[in-house]
Design a protein around this ligand. Structure first.
Ligand SMILES: Nc1ncnc2c1ncn2[C@@H]1O[C@H](COP(=O)(O)OP(=O)(O)OP(=O)(O)O)[C@@H](O)[C@H]1O
Ligand SMILES: [Mg+2]
Length: 464
């Protein structure tokens, strides 16, 4: 039987033992590598990976050789199972070996060749299983993250695609959008979908904190750096090492700190306040702002060099009023979310209430929509959420005639989605105005009933 090329590393100082193991395992179809000492084994493992390590405990006079190798494997390749073999088995070394992550423990001489083959086969099976579980868990958290971002409009789908594409890159990302559009949600998704997901995601708001405090938060300080610095403090860049730092409201960062941040981005090294030496860090920087950074650069309010460094991958999240198609989905999502936390059943929206949500301009974006629905659900006494349950300003919102979006040299639009959003808005209004008579709505829009029905289908508009 061939065991499909799994690689086994044998470590034993006795040539005879190495040979026996090599023959037995090679006959079973494994690829076998052998080392006579721990240092040689470690040097090998630094360059190559194997599927199982089989190691002796005592080597030469070194009574802890095998344990050192185990510790190395556990620290550097925790997914690789190790089997400890020894003629000098004591309960204590077995316990120690297990503590260091050995999967199995075997006494020399073996009863049969089958015994070692069985152990190796079992080790490989166990490792494959752990790998599969890990991959499955990772996949689940990924789906969870992407699933928590609700929206199906063309422009939101573009954001999602962008998030998926750039999550695995090390490049800095700058997220732009009005307050409450989901900038932090996107930043968290970028982290969870990245290879850094097991390491920390650290968020800090750069606005509203005094400059000196922000500096010591970001970069840390040394004991005695200033009055009150009674001990060293780690900066968030160090805390986030290996992971992601989210610099929220980056537009508010004071000029002095902009220079320091630029230095960190250029050198991947930070110097704590009052410190003499720097520490190297590996942190992905994701920033966010609701301000127009490019315009701030033009006006001399934000450093140009820092802007370029942060803006490697820009992600623009459009305001909710420009992606009306997302409103019904988001509304349903928030109703069930709030219902769950309030411990009450979720309710549907009446068509009038839904229309009011669609017509609103949502200056506070998704956050405002979520708050409005939380309130509505709490107040609602019927089995549907009615117009009256919505906050007065949402209920009574009067839209001004639509004006075309701004188009400039560096800011284009997606004409089709702008036009279809306007079109679906007009249709919803006509339906409401005609009390959901399709015949009358078609008349109000100058359409034939048939072409109205076509559009209702196209935009997935419910017309009771
Ligand atoms: N597409 C979405 N799907 C589900 N929930 C969303 C979505 N977008 C935003 N939210 C929710 O709306 C709220 C506001 O989002 P978030 O805090 O990410 O916005 P923000 O852009 O960082 O706002 P601010 O500029 O005020 O800091 C959060 O509770 C977030 O979970
Ligand atoms: Mg935010």
């Amino acid at each position: 039987m061939t065991e499909n090329n799994h690689r086994i590393l044998i470590v034993d100082d006795e040539a005879g033992m190495r040979e026996v193991l090599q023959i037995v395992l090679e006959n079973a179809g494994y690829q076998v590598m052998a080392a006579a000492a721990v240092d040689a084994a470690i040097a090998f493992l630094e360059k190559e990976s194997v599927d199982v390590v089989v190691t002796d405990l005592y080597m030469g006079k070194d009574r802890t050789a095998g344990l050192r190798l185990l510790a190395y494997v556990q620290e550097n390749q925790p997914m690789t199972p190790a089997i400890m073999i020894t003629a000098h088995g004591t309960v204590q070394s077995a316990v120690e070996a297990m503590r260091l992550g050995a999967l199995d423990y075997l006494q020399k001489p073996f009863n049969s060749n089958e015994e070692i083959l069985l152990r190796v086969r079992r080790a490989i099976e166990k490792r494959e299983l752990t790998r599969e579980n890990l991959a499955l868990r990772l996949e689940q958290t990924r789906n969870l993250q992407i699933d928590s971002m609700v929206g199906n409009s063309a422009s939101f789908r573009k954001v999602l695609t962008m998030v998926r594409q750039v999550a695995s890159l090390p490049s800095t990302v700058a997220i732009y959008g009005e307050s409450g559009v989901g900038k932090e949600l996107v930043a968290r998704a970028l982290h969870s979908l990245s290879p850094r997901s097991e390491k920390p995601f650290v968020a800090i708001n750069c606005g509203g904190i005094p400059e000196t405090l922000l500096e010591s938060e970001l970069f840390g300080y040394k004991k005695g750096a200033f009055t009150g610095a009674n001990q060293d403090k780690e900066g968030l860049f160090v805390v986030a090492n290996g992971g992601t730092i989210f610099l929220d409201e980056i537009g508010e960062m004071p000029a002095v700190l902009q220079v320091k941040l630029l230095r960190v981005l250029d050198n991947s090294a930070i110097t704590p306040v009052g410190g003499l030496s720097s520490v190297t860090v590996d942190v992905r920087v994701v920033s966010a702002t609701n301000r127009d950074l490019a315009a701030m650069v033009e006006q001399g309010n934000f450093r140009k060099d820092l802007f370029y460094r942060l803006n490697v991958i820009p992600i623009h999240i459009p305001p909710l009023r420009e992606r009306v198609d997302d409103i019904p989905l988001l509304a349903r999502h928030f109703i069930s979310k709030h219902a769950e936390s309030m411990g009450c059943p979720a309710k549907p929206l009446s068509p009038e209430a839904e229309n009011a949500l669609l017509r609103n301009d949502w200056p506070g974006n998704v956050r405002e929509l979520s708050n409005a629905l939380e309130r509505a659900l709490g107040l609602s006494v019927h089995d549907r959420i009615e117009l009256d349950d919505l906050p007065p300003h949402v209920r009574e919102f009067q839209s001004t005639p639509a004006s075309p979006p701004v188009i400039s040299e560096d800011q284009g639009i997606d004409l089709e989605s702008v036009v279809s959003e306007l079109e679906s808005k007009c249709i919803r209004q006509a339906l409401e105005a005609s009390h959901y008579s399709q015949q009358k709505a078609a008349k109000l829009l100058g359409l034939t009933p048939r072409s109205l029905r076509y559009r209702l289908d196209k935009y997935n508009i419910a017309a009771e």
